[in-house]
Design a protein around this ligand. Structure first.
Ligand SMILES: NC(=O)c1ccc[n+]([C@@H]2O[C@H](COP(=O)([O-])OP(=O)(O)OC[C@H]3O[C@@H](n4cnc5c(N)ncnc54)[C@H](OP(=O)(O)O)[C@@H]3O)[C@@H](O)[C@H]2O)c1
Length: 374
């Protein structure tokens, strides 16, 4: 190699090193991490079963072996978070907890032995910290973030590296924060436990988090989503997002009729069942032979008759879905990057306005997801 070529090679190497060093130093060193942070906690509300939301100062716990410290940049709310606040969701006998299962951010410190992540990686926590792949472990709910374990409405979260995934490259922190609960649930309902195919009719109930995710995933899969709502204005928004058909379930109480008409009488092949006892009979009346029903929620309360003979006769699969595993989350993320899926965010709140985010969730005056930026 002649001298000028050597000089060029070494200056390219120096530039590459500079770029690498710059990207490494972009993540704060451990010394930049404060000793304390702002953190919301749900604290027992008097003698009742519920909790009230309080902004507190809390220590930042540096990561131990196999743990990572995440600077949380965005979180999102789920209906479950309202149930937790009201004391209507099992969280063990906890007097106080950090709420919200869903959060995304960047890794700012790593403990000894961490192999899955590096400083600066953009990540999200998984809903069940103990469910990595395959079937759920016994007592899976005992490791749910924002429930039995402290959640993500905090500036810094320390998690085991096994309970964390890389964010899809195509999503912002705000978008990534919408995935851990409803994203993974809709994914499993349609793709893992359901058998969605291009051209299928897919039924989505209401325009909340699970259903709006289901709408987008179904569209990306080449299916035809039909979505219901109590609001014509929300149905207009759903149409703009690409819904094949829309039905107002308030003004049309026997809404399975227009749903069936939209399918030309065939019926729907996939259902994300979130309404519970209010919607299950209608979903059963809308299903096509060989269809799948994902039992997900109970917005109108749980219950309802499962007609065994009808299910058998029509080869219907009914699956109970409880979010999913890390493996499911990673499959969702790959699909999102591959198909350019963008979660629908209704409103982003600042950290100081977290109580207002809860109020919006309770009002039902939103479509898709509610996000809190930190
Ligand atoms: N099993 C699981 O792993 C899992 C995971 C996530 C969620 N969930 C459950 O699934 C349900 C939905 O969760 P989410 O986070 O998507 O809720 P969400 O975002 O709060 O959805 C609320 C929307 O659902 C619609 N809705 C309310 N009551 C309804 C009813 N009786 N029938 C039909 N639609 C109704 C309304 O839409 P319109 O205003 O358009 O009418 C409302 O705005 C909840 O019960 C939640 O606990 C379960």
């Amino acid at each position: 190699m002649n001298t000028s070529l050597l000089q060029r090679v070494s200056s390219i190497a120096a530039l590459a090193c500079l770029a690498a060093c710059a990207s490494i130093s972009a993540a704060p060193a451990a010394k930049d991490i404060p000793a304390t942070q702002k953190q919301y906690r749900l604290v027992r509300d008097g003698g009742g079963h519920g909790y009230k939301l309080e902004l507190t100062d809390a220590p930042v716990r540096m990561p131990g072996d196999h743990e990572v410290l995440i600077r949380v940049r965005a979180t999102s709310l789920n209906r479950r978070d309202v149930f937790v606040m009201k004391g209507q969701y099992p969280v063990g006998s906890r007097d106080s907890l950090v709420p919200l299962s869903d959060g995304a951010g960047e890794i700012v410190a790593i403990g000894h032995g961490v192999t899955r992540f590096r400083l600066g990686d953009r990540v999200a926590g998984i809903f069940f910290q103990n469910w990595l792949s395959g079937r759920p472990p016994e007592k899976v709910a005992s490791a749910a973030l924002g429930g039995s374990l402290d959640g993500m409405l905090t500036q810094y979260a320390t998690l085991n590296e096994q309970g964390v995934v890389h964010l899809p490259k195509s999503l912002s922190f705000e978008e990534g924060a919408t995935l851990p609960c409803v994203g993974v649930t809709a994914w499993n309902g349609l793709f893992t436990r359901g058998r969605i195919q291009p051209g299928d009719y897919v039924l989505l109930e209401g325009t909340g988090g699970v259903s709006t995710f289901g709408l987008q995933l179904a569209l990306a899969a080449g299916a035809k989503p039909i979505i219901t709502s109590s609001s014509d204005a929300k149905l207009e928004r759903a149409k703009a997002l690409g819904a094949f058909g829309t039905v107002n379930y308030k003004s049309t109480p026997d809404w399975e009729k227009p749903v069936l008409a939209l399918t030309g009488g065939v019926g729907v092949h996939e259902v994300l069942e979130v309404g519970g006892k209010d919607t299950l009979p209608h979903a059963l009346a809308s299903i096509a032979p060989g269809g799948d029903i994902a039992l997900i929620g109970g917005l109108g309360g749980f219950g309802g008759n499962i007609p065994a003979l009808q299910l058998l006769d029509r080869n219907i699969d009914i699956s109970g879905i409880y979010v999913g595993s890390r493996e499911n989350f990673e499959a969702l993320n790959a699909f999102i990057d591959q198909h350019g899926v963008k979660p629908v965010i209704d409103k982003v709140f600042e950290f100081k306005d977290a109580p207002a985010a809860y109020e919006l969730m309770e009002s039902d005056q939103f479509l898709g997801k509610i996000v809190i930026r930190l």
